[in-house]
Design a protein. Structure first.
Length: 114
């Protein structure tokens, strides 16, 4: 028996979040201390983008009584975020990833919660 559909989407996001320290050290090439600080700062940026991007979609999904368009658009945004580190394997690409993944995650998940 698999996980319920609302939990399946966490696999991709959590895989990157769990290995973010190693991605920064091995793929980007940061030192240990710098990668620790970068993980904390990227988590903060993701949180800020997540909170701000969840407000309008949540209100609109309640008003329109439609969830699926917000889930689809949020998922596409999250997918686009995964491409940023591949296109730009630097801290700039990782910052773009952190912000865009927060926007997509907030739009996708908080429109479903209502």
């Amino acid at each position: 028996m698999g996980l319920r559909p609302p939990l399946r989407h966490l696999y991709g996001y959590q895989a990157v979040a769990a290995y973010l320290l190693y991605i920064l050290r091995d793929y980007i090439g940061l030192a240990d201390g710098a990668s620790n600080i970068a993980v904390a700062n990227m988590a903060l940026l993701t949180l800020l983008c997540l909170v701000t991007s969840s407000l309008v979609p949540h209100w609109l999904s309640d008003r329109w009584q439609r969830r699926k368009p917000f889930v689809i658009v949020g998922s596409l945004i999250m997918g686009a975020a995964m491409v940023a580190p591949l296109a730009a394997p630097s801290m700039a690409g990782m910052w773009v990833y952190a912000g865009v993944i927060g926007i997509g995650y907030g739009m996708k998940n908080f429109s479903v919660v209502s």
